[in-house]
Ligand binder design. Structure first.
Ligand code: FAD
Length: 390
């Protein structure tokens, strides 16, 4: 018997990163392992997440809006941000969701499309984890097709008055600020809404079997009156929210590989320890075929993530490339989680091991930030020139 290699060694993954990237990745991994992993199964089972406490820790770590410049943000590369997402999702997709929504959706929208006053007011507190943000695009009847949204914004003198309902909004009930997309006379517009504004409420969605360690809410807007300055001046039309989603999808390309890695490492270690019939489960060819096939996909998924990270850092990544990464890596991650569950046998269905938790979480990850089918249509359009959404 020879000394086993790690997945990272098999693909020489660290040879593709510089020393600063490795150091930051290791710091995030330590934080996730020490501060989150010991509690995560309990939070998942109880369907709770101490968002405020965690956000302050994540803010001190510097991962909230870490790829944004100025306003208290760390100004790191896209690749470094991706590596942080990977390490957080290796513990739980709910934690990466918190960070994605805060940094890539709410903060990115304000940073990219906001006025200087909006940036000054919100970004430093959000980067520090002292203010929580959410992002309201999806509605009960419009998910994959946000262009159909019914939430509307009407002028009343200088004010805006918003009415409508948003659905499946991460961080909604705990947010201090909501970036909400609504139909105005001149098209879809974004609004920065302090959640204490009269007429705004965010009931939590209960009974989820996936992303239980994540707050998911409805947003109800009943005559929410906002000053003219609440609108994001730089976003007009659907390209505004879609630009934010492209940012968050990028983090998922890395993050989903964290969940896959955690499942596979767990399954390998379990197979080495578990005796079936008269030897270790790891010594059977069927187990090794499963492990080898999964390792190949984990390696390929990492390489794709790193490649897209480098393209993004050069300012070259296109939405269809991000769709390719999200489609592949989440699809493979969920297949890996299910296959790993078979290696763990009955133990695989309990929260004692992370595998079923990752598998359940990945059901949401497969659906949000564009479903797999939507990403297939984006890639299909890029390759054929034919739009097949309708
Ligand atoms: C846990 C969780 C957190 C979320 N967080 C947020 C958030 O923070 N903010 C936010 O705005 N949204 C959020 N979402 C919503 C998410 O983005 C939507 O669920 C997603 O866009 C899909 O929309 P839908 O659920 O309405 O499904 P639908 O759009 O109704 O899709 C149902 C099925 O139809 C398929 N389909 C749709 N259109 C086509 C087509 N043209 N051709 C073929 N098949 C098609 C889909 O692929 C899917 O399989 C979250 C969702 C979840 C589960």
């Amino acid at each position: 018997m020879s000394d086993p290699q790690t997945l990272s060694q098999l693909f020489a993954l660290d040879s593709l990163l510089d020393t600063e990237e490795i150091a930051i990745r290791d710091t995030v991994r330590r934080f996730a392992e020490e501060r989150i992993r010991p509690h995560i199964a309990e939070w998942f089972e109880a369907a709770v997440l101490p968002v405020r406490e965690l956000a302050e820790g994540l803010g001190e770590l510097g991962v909230l809006g870490m790829h944004l410049e100025g306003y208290g943000c760390a100004g790191m590369s896209a690749t470094t941000y991706g590596l942080a997402c990977l390490e957080l999702e290796a513990v739980d997709s709910g934690i990466r969701s918190l960070v994605s929504v805060q940094g890539s959706l709410a903060m990115y929208a304000i940073h990219h499309y906001g006025s200087e006053d909006q940036r000054q007011e919100w970004l430093p507190r959000m980067a520090a984890g002292k203010a929580i943000g959410c992002f309201g695009l999806t509605e009960p009847d419009f998910g994959s097709n946000p262009g159909g949204m019914r939430t509307n914004a009407k002028r009343d003198g200088d004010d805006w008055v918003l009415n409508g309902t948003k659905m499946w909004i991460t961080n909604g009930s705990v947010a201090d600020v909501a970036v909400v997309w609504a139909r105005a006379d001149d098209g879809v517009r974004g609004f920065v809404i302090p959640t204490a504004t009269p007429g705004f409420s965010a009931p939590e969605i209960k009974n989820k079997m996936s992303l239980r360690a994540s707050v998911t809410s409805e947003l109800v807007l009943e005559d929410v009156r906002l000053p003219a300055s609440a609108m994001l001046p730089g976003a007009k039309g659907l390209s505004g929210p879609l630009g934010c989603l492209n940012e968050a999808r990028f983090g998922i390309i890395f993050g989903s590989m964290g969940a896959a890695r955690d499942c596979l490492e767990t399954a390998i270690s379990y197979a080495q320890d578990r005796q079936v019939f008269d030897k270790s489960l790891a010594a059977y060819q069927i187990t090794q075929v499963k492990i080898a096939d999964m390792a190949v996909e984990v390696g390929k998924g990492h390489l794709l993530a790193y490649h897209l990270g480098r393209l993004k850092d050069r300012g070259d990544v296109r939405p269809e490339q991000v769709s390719t990464g999200k489609l592949n890596n989440v699809r493979e991650a969920i297949a890996i989680a299910r296959e790993c569950r078979t290696i763990l046998g009955a133990n695989g269905i309990t929260l004692e091991y992370p595998v079923i938790r990752h598998a359940n979480n990945l059901e949401s990850v497969l659906t949000y930030e564009g479903t797999s089918e939507v990403h297939q249509l984006v890639i299909g359009k890029a390759l054929t020139g034919e739009e097949a959404f309708r």
